[in-house]
Design a protein around this ligand. Structure first.
Ligand code: HEC
Ligand code: HEC
Ligand code: HEC
Ligand code: HEC
Ligand code: HEC
Length: 502
């Protein structure tokens, strides 16, 4: 080292002398180590060997910060030592404030080349790691698991939804740089709240900063392609010994419109979104569950205002300020984070796994177990499984011996229902986040369509007839409907043959 120093020109020897200080050495160490670690991290990431979100945060956020921090410490140390040396008069040559760089000096040239090469490597390493970092922060793994406890309810529901392959950011941020930047700033605020433990339990919804749904949902669900109605067969089960079944088949008028020839077209999507109808409304509560005022503007420019009977309306100008234009989210508020009620979730298990219906009182016991209070999610899972198994062991010991596997599966399925719908740590469940599609567990469509939303000047009412939104094809049958058997009406009687002319 000293040999090398001696061979250098005085200017460089001076620099090397200034560099001999703890700050610069620390900076040099940090940069070298984090730089090497970054290269290893990037190689592992490219090879697809990294699976843990914490390594991801470490590699793509922490390492680059250490790296840049080290880079900054080096000149800082040099400047401080130079000032100190000059002040104490120890610096051999009182010199100009700025170093005199003479590129005719071959040594200086060599060092400059070396510095330039190192800078290029630094820039490449940093740029790659920030690209990897940005990509990583885009993944559901990052969004859903880094703040594991906080995001557990939303992430779990998401994994069990039709959108489990859609990235969180595709709904929460959408395309375009300005929303991405906004979300990063919002993210900083959220990180602060998590670090200081000042976040809300549950994470509140509606999400007021959510981008208008039509910019996000419509990048996949193309408006003009919503046609045809949607068939839904729902099985409901009673809390009696036989888990008595009741099946309903609904044809939901999502896009196809009116049933029956000669009636005007216009389905659910068409009416609220796509016909250039514009619906605005005013909710009087945070969760947008109580709606007091609705305005419909049809494409011909005609405005109709509806108000809820007996509602306390604010002044007209504050209605105009606070009103919200209806979009996808006002009905589909749970497209991916659906926390079903215990009853509905158990019903769908029974609908899919018919053999469980033979277990006496399964529906009643399962709902009771899932709805009970537990201190933590994990204790809840264990408690639910135990509660179902204990019930059969105690009251149906023969059955437990005869059909042990079935009882064990019943206990597992019930625990799985708890697993995706109840999160005590975050106080999140079907009651805190109701679903707005439908009208039985929460007002849903009936926030406006309950028959009490009347035209302010006139007597038109937002319609409430049972066939406004769906045709009920099968109404509470105890037999499972066989929808493969489409029954056609008998052909009309053939007209009497015309009298043959002789
Ligand atoms: C299909 C679109 C979609 C995807 C994908 C999606 N979300 Fe959401 N998310 C929503 C909508 C819509 C809301 C707002 C509901 C409201 O405002 O009533 C929401 C709300 C939330 C909330 C607020 C609490 C709540 O339950 O309303 C959190 C937290 C959240 N999402 C996290 C995530 C995370 C983490 C991921 C990825 C693992 C994700 N989201 C993926 C659509 C989506
Ligand atoms: C990146 C593409 C993408 C985005 C963005 C997206 N979806 Fe979807 N969505 C899909 C796909 C794909 C399916 C079908 C999944 C299947 O049937 O398995 C689907 C299914 C659905 C369904 C039917 C679910 C069911 O149970 O049958 C609804 C409703 C829905 N999406 C609403 C929304 C809403 C509301 C948004 C915006 C908040 C949204 N989607 C954003 C891709 C997307
Ligand atoms: C007025 C309420 C309402 C609005 C607003 C609304 N939808 Fe729907 N949508 C429904 C109902 C009801 C269904 C059928 C019920 C179900 O799927 O559970 C449905 C079904 C769907 C489906 C599944 C279709 C199928 O046949 O499988 C998709 C996809 C969808 N909506 C996307 C959207 C998108 C995207 C928007 C916004 C541009 C939107 N919806 C706005 C009420 C609405
Ligand atoms: C914010 C208020 C609001 C909500 C919530 C709402 N709607 Fe509507 N809906 C309206 C208004 C306003 C009209 C137009 C009524 C009129 O023309 O008199 C309408 C019309 C309709 C129509 C057409 C009725 C006709 O005359 O043929 C259908 C179908 C419908 N809505 C279904 C639904 C469904 C399904 C939901 C729940 C998923 C829902 N709506 C939620 C406000 C709402
Ligand atoms: C404003 C639209 C609208 C009106 C009016 C309406 N419904 Fe519904 N109904 C829906 C929607 C949307 C669903 C949910 C479908 C789903 O879960 O996907 C539903 C679901 C149902 C279900 C199945 C519930 C379950 O167990 O999941 C029944 C039964 C039902 N409606 C009966 C009725 C009856 C009876 C009336 C008349 C009093 C009525 N509906 C009026 C929109 C409506």
């Amino acid at each position: 080292m000293s040999l090398l120093l001696k061979s250098l020109s005085p200017a460089i020897a001076r620099l090397a002398n200034y560099a001999k200080n703890p700050l610069t050495i620390l900076g040099f160490g940090l940069t070298t180590l984090s730089g090497l670690a970054l290269i290893v991290f990037l190689a592992l990431e490219v090879a697809g060997l990294l699976d843990n979100p914490y390594t991801g945060v470490f590699g793509s956020a922490l390492l680059p910060v250490i790296f840049v921090g080290g880079l900054l410490l080096m000149p800082l140390g040099i400047l401080r030592r130079r000032r100190a040396l000059m002040r104490s008069g120890q610096s051999a040559d009182a010199i100009a404030t700025y170093p005199n760089l003479d590129f005719n000096d071959p040594h200086l040239r060599r060092v400059a080349m070396l510095l330039a090469a190192l800078t290029v490597i630094n820039v490449v390493v940093l740029a790659t790691s920030s690209v990897v970092g940005m990509n990583f922060m885009d993944t559901p793994k990052f969004c859903g698991t880094v703040c594991h406890k906080v995001m557990r309810p939303e992430h779990t529901a998401y994994q069990n939804s039709p959108h489990s392959r859609v990235k969180c950011t595709q709904c929460h941020i959408g395309p375009g740089a300005s929303w991405a930047v906004r979300s990063k700033f919002d993210g900083l605020r959220q990180v602060w709240k998590v670090m200081t433990g000042t976040y809300a339990h549950p994470i509140p919804s509606p999400v007021h900063t959510l981008r208008p749904a039509r910019d996000t949902c419509e990048s996949c669900h193309w408006p003009a392609k919503h046609y045809g109605d949607k068939l839904r067969v729902v099985g409901r089960f009673a809390e009696d010994e036989k888990n008595s079944a009741s099946f309903t088949a609904l044809l939901l008028r999502t896009g196809g419109g009116a049933f029956g020839a000669g009636q005007p077209h216009g389905g659910i999507h068409w009416w609220h979104i796509y016909a250039d109808n514009r619906i605005r409304y005013l909710a009087t509560d945070q969760r947008r569950q109580e709606i007091a005022w609705v305005e419909l503007t049809t494409p011909d420019g005609k405005r109709t205002e509806f108000t809820r009977e007996g509602a306390n309306l604010p002044a007209p100008d504050s209605i105009q300020r606070a009103a919200r234009v209806m979009d996808c989210i006002d009905c589909h508020n749970r497209p991916t984070h659906l926390f079903e009620t215990p009853a509905k979730a158990i019903d769908s298990v029974l609908q899919r796994q018919a053999d469980l219906r033979s277990l006496p009182f399964f529906k009643r016991e399962a709902v009771k177990a899932v709805a009970a209070a537990y201190p933590t999610h994990d204790e809840g899972m264990a408690g639910v499984r135990r509660s179902v198994a204990d019930f059969y062991r105690k009251f149906y010991p023969d059955l437990t011996t005869r059909a042990g596997k079935l009882v064990a599966r019943a206990a597992d399925e019930t625990a799985a229902v708890y697993d995706r719908t109840v999160f005590p740590e975050m106080n999140t469940n079907s009651k805190t986040h109701p679903n707005n599609i439908g009208h039985d567990d929460s007002p849903g469509c009936f926030r406006c369509h309950d028959g009490n939303m009347k035209e302010s000047k006139g007597d038109r009412v937002i319609p409430n007839d049972c066939d406004t939104c769906h045709a009920i094809l099968v109404d509470g049958s105890s037999n499972e409907p066989d929808l493969g058997q489409l029954v056609l009406a008998p052909p009309p009687p053939a007209p009497a043959p015309a009298e043959a002319k002789p």
